[in-house]
Ligand binder design. Structure first.
Ligand SMILES: [Zn+2]
Ligand SMILES: [Zn+2]
Length: 254
């Protein structure tokens, strides 16, 4: 399985990710913060499935642009998967003809822009050569983590979340778990903010990492840019084996 954290900077490629998206095998996106900015453009055309964790703008920012840019009249279009609360937000707050044309209504009337699919926690979606299992997390709006599985490899995506148990119970049962992309949004000095905004800080992050088998790699995501150095300092102090700071633009092979 090949995973890329999609960069979100113009000009130089930066270590900081302002909006959130990851590509799996080039054709599946976890979140859509930056997929509408991908270059070369052919890379956008390769994306067939978009799984949204939740409705916050850092995770959906470029979805309207992406769907607009790749649209060609015809029967095929990307499938967008989201939990009921995120689907409601897309219908009412994004594709409402004010913020952006109502691609959902147009998709019913004309050649489709997107196929919207509703996710249920712990109901697996079967794709060719891959399955995706959403698991509810604990954030300020309903949010899904994902377990993406191929025949001999599984990877977890856990963001955005504060304290949560179920995803870790599910991941503990997964065969061939190779890696978890886990959010760590704030430094320990801002744990109050992490708690209030439904995120993790290194101390909490470490509790979950220590429960994983040593063979599972943990890659950080969602570090708030202003706190990037403090978060990485905190993480280094914890000396967690197998933890890497996620690098936008880097390809991870598992
Ligand atoms: Zn969020
Ligand atoms: Zn976020």
């Amino acid at each position: 399985m090949r995973i890329e954290l999609v960069p979100s900077t113009v000009g130089e490629q930066a270590a900081k990710q302002f909006c959130i998206a990851a590509l799996v095998n080039d054709s599946l996106a976890i979140d859509a913060g930056t997929i509408g900015m991908l270059w070369p453009f052919e890379r956008q055309l390769q994306i067939q499935h978009v799984f949204l964790t939740h409705s916050h703008v850092d995770h959906i920012a470029s979805l309207p642009l992406f769907l607009d840019s790749i649209y060609q009249p015809g029967p095929t279009c990307p499938a967008v998967y989201a939990c009921p609360a995120t689907v409601k937000c897309l219908r009412e707050d994004v594709f409402n003809d004010r913020l952006w044309p109502d691609f959902i209504r147009l998709s019913a009337e004309e050649s489709p822009f997107l196929k919207l699919q509703t996710l249920t926690s712990e109901t697996t979606v079967h794709l060719p050569n891959m399955t995706v299992t959403p698991v509810a997390l604990n954030h300020v709006v309903p949010t899904m983590g994902f377990v993406v599985q191929e025949e001999n490899c599984a990877v977890g995506f856990v963001s955005d979340t504060n304290r949560t148990d179920r995803i870790w119970e599910v991941l503990a049962q997964v065969n061939n778990l190779k890696a978890v992309f886990l959010e760590c949004s704030f430094p320990d000095s801002h744990r109050w903010l992490a708690d209030k905004s439904g995120h993790l800080c290194p101390e909490l992050f470490a509790e979950y990492v220590r429960q994983l088998p040593a063979s599972v790699k943990v890659i950080t995501t969602h570090l708030k840019p202003c706190f990037f150095n403090q978060i990485t300092d905190d993480l280094n102090r914890l000396q967690l084996p197998n933890v890497e700071i996620g690098v936008p633009g880097q390809c991870y092979e598992f």
